[in-house]
Every structure is written in C-alpha cells, then in structure tokens.
Design a protein around this ligand. Structure first.
Ligand code: PXP
Length: 238
C-alpha cells in the first residue's frame, strides 16, 4: 500500500488570491499530519504563484513529516534546496504559462543537465526524484542520472478516467512501467490529477512507494475540513 504525500500548494493559491495571510499552508500541514498523511509536498514555482520561499522555510522548520520540494532544475532552486535541505527534491519541468505541471521532465533529452542537478542535490544528502512520463526511455535516462526515485505523471490516466475514455490502457502502462522501473532498482512514486474517484486503481499497482495528491484533497477540504479530506483519501488508498 503506497504512502500518501499531500501537496498543499493550493492552500497557498487561495491565500495568494487576496495576498492575505489565510489560509496558512503550515496549519494545513499540521492537519495532514494529524490525519495520518506520510509527507508534505510543495512546489516552489519560479513565478511564485502559490507557495512562497517563506512557506517552505517555515514548513521545513515546523513540521516533522518528510518535506518533498518540487522544483525546476535551475541553479537558483538547487542553491535554495541546498540551504533548506528538504528530505526529498522532485525535479519537475516548469513553463510559466501552464496551469499545472502538464507533462513529465524530459530527462532523456537533457541528461547532462539533469545528472549535474541530481549530483548537486545528492551531495547535500537530499533524496532526488524525477517527475517523468511512464516511458522506457525516460526510465532508463533517470537511472543513468543517479536519481533513486522517479514519480510517474499520472495525468494521462487521470484525464482518460475522468472523461470516461479508455483508461485501462493508461493504467496498464503505469503498471508495466512501474514494474520495469522497480526491476531496475528505482523507487516509484506517482501523482498528478489523482482524485477520490480515480485513485484506487493506481493505489493498487504493486510496489508503488508514494502517491502525491494535491488539488482534489484541497478542494475536498473546503467542504469537509482538511483532516477529514486526508482521512478519506487514506482510506481509499488503503
Ligand atoms: N506530483 C507532482 C510532481 C506535481 O507537480 C503535482 C502538481 O503540482 C502533483 C504531484 C499533484 O498533482 P495534483 O494537484 O493534480 O494532485
């Protein structure tokens, strides 16, 4: 049964809508912990549209759950991570105009740069995960880069499921690629677009280490409270 990392970016999205003080991502993280979540994930985007540097520093200091920092593989972010020392850094692609992280990182196409980024982070004893499409080429490149973890982008599966299209093929792809990556020695996480309807099949893929889920949990939390929203997701996963 996979662990649950809760991505709390969209608590900050709501706060930034008014540039106010509420809701506070730290308070949300405390409630995630109380509900039994296994980790907290935040994405410090270059455009700072939701999570701010201060949020990440406060979370790092105050929470006892492992902190997974999603970040672009830029020199500024690598330096930030080196100061912060999160438990894990997940390297993601970033484009300013996108609504969310719309595709996986092209590790195969940028192997030298990604390898250098992985090496810098690992030198600071930060675990490194690469957010990739469930694809043979990307898995092989991830292995070459020295990363210990990959996170499969589940967006294609989630989109197919949510729009009533043939999602079984996408699930099979996740299963097959997960097996392949694990056989090669990588630890496999998954995330993006997972919600209370489509998560169960993904949670039952053998050997998946952690699911990172944000948008759906934060949305549900508005209706039922954060602890309840996290508990419901944990029940589905388990
Ligand atoms: N994992 C990664 C690497 C992501 O970039 C995101 C979105 O920020 C998520 C998981 C969570 O996706 P969602 O908010 O759709 O649950």
């Amino acid at each position: 049964m996979p662990k649950l990392g809760v991505n709390i970016d969209h608590v900050a999205t709501l706060r930034e809508a008014r540039k106010g003080r509420e809701p506070d991502p730290l308070a949300a993280a405390v409630l995630c912990e109380a509900a039994g979540a296994d980790g907290i994930t935040v994405h410090l985007r270059e455009d700072r549209r939701h999570i701010q540097e201060r949020d990440v520093r406060v979370l790092r200091e105050k929470i006892s759950l492992p902190l997974n920092l999603e970040m672009a593989a830029t020199p500024a972010m690598i330096q930030f991570a080196g100061d912060l020392l999160p438990h894990m850094a997940t390297l993601v692609p970033e484009r300013r105009e996108e609504l969310t992280t719309e595709g996986g990182l092209d590790v195969a196409g940028h192997l030298n740069d990604i390898t250098a980024a992985v090496r810098s982070l690992r030198a600071n004893k930060i675990e490194v995960s690469l957010f990739i499409e469930p694809d043979v080429q990307q898995i092989e490149a991830s292995l070459k880069s020295g990363a210990q973890y990959v996170e499969f982008h589940t967006g294609a599966y989630a989109n197919a499921f949510d729009s009533g299209m043939a999602w079984e093929q996408e699930l099979i792809r996740l299963q097959n690629m997960s097996r392949l990556a694990q056989e090669k020695g990588l630890v496999v996480n998954m995330g993006h677009g997972l919600n209370y309807q489509n998560t169960r099949p993904v949670a039952s893929i053998a050997g998946v280490y952690e699911l990172n889920i944000g948008y759906s949990i934060v949305g549900r939390a508005l209706m039922v409270g954060f602890e309840q929203a996290v508990r419901e997701m944990l029940e589905l996963i388990r």
